[in-house]
Design a protein around this ligand. Structure first.
Ligand code: ANZ
Ligand code: ZN
Length: 872
């Protein structure tokens, strides 16, 4: 029988789908909706097969849900603004727009090769004025709704490149390009007030039960709610007199461990704290210290990593509960201005940073919390702070009126006393900061406001949007091309008409990706979105993307939904009902001993397993599989794969190899195996049509043993694969299909040349089933087989097979079995088993019998489908 020609068939079916417009989605479709979305790509150049996995996963879901009768929205777009385009402009003298749109064209063609069932009529690119006009309108609405603020904040400033750097662009305190020591600068910047929603964003995480737990945890930590106290110390000078008026008379700190107040041995303020600034005016050493700290940049990580250092201010804080005791006040590099009050009291015994600091500056270390059974007189702290604080196992010591209390009791007591004395109050704090969106760059969405001497900040009137980027910007120098453009920023004030200055900051590209999923619902809408469409389509039912976006992108999008609700664009609050974070595709690396990396197609694996250069035959160093990346050349292009194996084989392999949340190694052997399955299915379909009745032949009235066995396997597989796809367990779905293919193969071999009509019918049923349930994974092959099986319909527009439940054996479930609450065994029972049946089986288990011994059974608690507990 002839070979399946993937190249010809794949191109033909892609054309056929496009002509039939089967993937275009209408907003007026009465069927229930299903919105599946993969995080949209950044058009960086070309895609490699490693990028393909999440699109293919999304495509399987989209095709499956379509077959299940849903009106599926599966769009695609481009996260098209960003720094790389500007770098390309600098390095290759090509305009960012040209570079970006060329990449989009290349990548779109590549994505099309993958056979994705995308509604391309909804395509959007965030750099398109069509898109960013609406984003500007939304910005103005957010501004008017009080969700936007302009305030000064610290930025990393590269003095050579004359530009603000993101934290990631500061490497060891230096600018990533210039290598110049970075300075911290205060700059007026635009912010979205995401902190207004801190509590709400935190609370609603509980409702996101279709998100991976690790992502929910990361979001909780990022928001970082803590309950503590804000209170003030009186400040005095060395001689005990109050400060002279150039500095404040009190110091306010934030703490979550007020229970440790008797262990305090110093106070510290951030180098950016007003107290530090004021004192630096007259203390050159402090001024120099502040400059050193500024070189660390604004990244919390860098600050965390740096050695803890401080500068004594000469001032002291009076202990609130211990007369005559005073704590030296330092300026310290590890205290952040943006958190709490930018000032702390340090308790070295119970905080590692404080301990490191205390050891360095010879400050007392007084333990105030100790294990309940420890002797307070001898309990000492070595080089590690004692961090236990929970429950009854620890007690307060060395703490006057707190001695003997638990940490919780001590906190309560301190809070009460401080409140009574009027020196402090309980305070909830969030680690979450407002979202600074100002970027001093060209290739981003212009912030649509004008600065007027007389009127202040004036939003650009809506009917004058979009504020377009000027085409004739120059990229030959560092700094912001918009700012140095000869004319662009000079405009008349929209309010008073006087000469004014356009805002030259553009928006963080995370803004662009915070609402694109809403725009897809009505991509041509005149307004920001069409409310009806957004309310109908959102939330996205299944969102798929990399875990690297677990915090920022997902949190910003959640904030944007709330903002869009507040500004009347939707009633939906949570954008993504289901989230899946897929693993990456990895590949071995090949290093040329002569230097540099080699592409997989430049090397060859010999029979003895060694790897050599194809051209010269010289040996190559093989490195372990790593995430596919251009820089190490361990990438495989979709074009090459399509050429050799066909895209279906690639899709099948990508999905089959490992659970989708785990990384998967791309190997030649693996994709070859997938290719063999493609050919095998094609062959089996050929064999089946030789033996089976024509398509659509009525079902026989009765089935013999062999036919029944095959039919049971067929429907069991249908049930399993449906369930697996629902739960995104693609590799298991494929394993089930392999199994059924083996059964079909065996039955075909045993069937002879003229099987009985009932078996012949069951053979066709089975072959058709394999074709149909593989279709989401290998859509081109499935269409081709479906045609070959005598059908004229298009599988992409055909309903999912109907399950005959009478053919399923009883489903079973395995329950853990406890005796007196301790796990002793497990039992596998039918899902619908009766109580007495389960009891009988449980009491027969060896592990249970051993645990019970001679004792009489008092009660058996059965939580259906979950657990059994035997009480004795
Ligand atoms: C005294 C203390 C004693 C503290 C102790 C900890 C342990 P979370 O839980 O993350 O909110 N802190 C407060 N503001 C700070 C700032 N601006 N920069 C650096 N550190 C700051 O952290 C709260 C704790 O972090 C606070 O509780 C404070 O140190 C420190 F045994 O106060 B603690
Ligand atoms: Zn004005």
């Amino acid at each position: 029988s002839e070979r399946y020609n993937s190249r010809e068939a794949e191109a033909r079916w892609q054309r056929a789908w496009e002509e039939a417009r089967v993937f275009e989605t209408s907003n007026d479709d009465p069927r229930p909706k299903y919105y599946v979305l993969e995080m949209f790509p950044y058009p960086s150049g070309k895609i490699h097969i490693g990028h393909g996995r999440n699109y293919v996963m999304g495509d399987v879901v989209a095709r499956y849900k379509r077959a299940r009768g849903f009106n599926v929205l599966h769009p695609m777009g481009w996260d098209a603004f960003g720094l790389p385009a500007e770098n390309a402009a600098i390095e290759r003298k090509v305009h960012p727009r040209t570079w970006t749109y060329e990449n989009i064209a290349t990548m779109k063609a590549q994505l099309k090769l993958l056979g994705l069932s995308i509604d391309w009529t909804r395509e959007i690119a965030t750099c398109d004025p069509e898109y960013y006009a609406r984003q500007q309108k939304l910005f103005i609405e957010f501004l008017e709704a009080g969700l936007v603020e302009r305030k000064t904040s610290m930025v990393n400033w590269d003095p050579v490149d004359q530009t603000v750097l993101a934290n990631e662009q500061v490497i060891d305190g230096r600018g990533w390009r210039s290598g110049a020591p970075v300075e911290k600068r205060e700059l007026a910047q635009w912010f979205f007030k995401i902190t207004d929603y801190a509590q709400d964003l935190l609370d609603a995480i509980e409702t996101l039960d279709n998100w991976p737990e690790k992502v929910r945890l990361m979001q909780r930590n990022w928001i970082g709610r803590s309950e503590g106290m804000r209170f003030s110390f009186a400040i005095e000078r060395a001689d005990g007199t109050p400060p002279d008026g150039t500095v404040p008379a009190s110091l306010t700190v934030y703490t979550t461990r007020h229970d440790t107040i008797f262990g305090a041995s110093f106070c510290a303020v951030s180098p950016d704290h007003p107290l530090a600034r004021a004192l630096a005016e007259t203390d050159p050493a402090l001024a120099a210290f502040r400059r050193d700290c500024a070189a660390l940049g604004t990244s919390e990580e860098a600050i965390e990593r740096a050695e803890k250092r401080g500068h004594f201010t000469g001032l002291y804080a009076r202990h609130p509960f211990r007369a005559g005791v005073r704590l030296p006040i330092y300026v310290a590099n590890f205290v952040l201005m943006g958190y709490g009050e930018g000032a702390i009291f340090g308790c070295p015994a119970h905080d590692q940073r404080d301990l490191d600091f205390a050891r360095k500056y010879g400050l007392p270390v007084i333990p105030v919390v100790a294990p309940a059974d420890a002797d307070p007189a001898t309990f000492k702290i070595g080089s590690e702070a004692y961090l236990e604080k929970d429950g009854e196992a620890v007690r307060m010591i060395n703490s006057d009126f707190l001695d003997g209390m638990s940490v919780a009791e001590a906190k309560e007591e301190i809070a009460r006393r401080m409140e009574a004395a009027g020196i402090g109050e309980r305070k909830v704090n969030f680690r979450l900061r407002d979202w600074g969106i100002s970027r001093q760059r060209y290739w981003g969405c212009p912030i649509p406001v004008v600065h007027c001497e007389a009127c202040g900040i004036v939003p650009v009137p809506i009917d004058q949007l979009p504020v377009r980027l000027p085409d004739d910007a120059t990229f030959d120098k560092p700094g912001n091309p918009l700012d140095r453009h000869p004319t662009w920023k000079h405009v008349d004030c929209p309010r008073c008409g006087a000469p004014a200055r356009r805002e030259t900051d553009t928006m963080d590209t995370f803004v662009d990706s915070s609402w694109y999923f809403a725009r897809f619902c009505s991509p041509k809408a005149d307004d920001v979105v069409e409310r009806g469409a957004v309310d109908a389509w959102l939330p996205v039912d299944q969102y798929i993307g990399g875990v690297e976006h677990a915090v920022l992108h997902l949190l910003y999008s959640r904030f944007f939904m709330r903002g869009m609700k507040k500004t009347g664009h939707t009633s939906v609050e949570e954008p993504f009902r289901g989230l899946f974070t897929q693993g990456m595709i990895t590949h071995e690396t090949y290093r040329d001993p002569g230097g540099g990396w080699l592409f997989p197609e430049e090397v060859e694996r010999l029979a003895d397993g060694s790897v050599v250069r194809r051209d010269s035959g010289t040996a190559v160093e093989v490195g372990p599989p790593e995430k596919m990346s251009k820089s190490k050349k361990n990438v495989v292009s979709p074009e090459a794969i399509v050429e050799t194996y066909g895209v279906d084989a690639a899709r099948w392999f990508m999905l089959s190899d490992t659970p989708p949340e785990r990384d998967s190694e791309w190997t030649e052997a693996g994709v070859e195996g997938a290719w063999r399955f493609v050919q095998r299915l094609w062959r089996m379909v050929g064999q089946t049509i030789e033996l089976a009745p024509a398509a659509g032949t009525a079902m026989p009235a009765t089935f013999g043993e062999a036919a029944m066995a095959l039919r049971r396997a067929t429907h069991r597989t249908l049930a399993a694969v449906s369930e697996d796809i629902e739960r995104l367990r693609f590799n298991r779905a494929i394993a089930h299909i392999y199994e059924l293919a083996n059964t079909l193969n065996a039955t075909l071999s045993a069937a002879g040349t003229a099987p009985a009509p009932d078996l012949a019918w069951a053979l066709r049923e089975c072959a058709e089933m394999i074709v149909r349930i593989s279709a989401p994974m290998v859509p081109h092959l499935a269409e081709e087989c479906w045609r070959r099986l005598g059908h004229t319909s298009m599988l992409a527009a055909t309903e999912w097979p109907v399950l005959d439940a009478s053919l399923l054996e009883r489903a079973t479930v395995t329950l853990p079995v406890q005796v007196n609450g301790k796990r002793r065994d497990e039992v596998t029972v039918a899902r619908d088993a009766e109580r007495d049946e389960i009891e009988r089986m449980v009491l027969g288990l060896a592990g249970v019998r051993r645990a019970i011994g001679e004792r009489p059974v008092q009660k058996i608690i059965i939580v259906p489908q979950r657990i059994v507990n035997v009480l004795v």
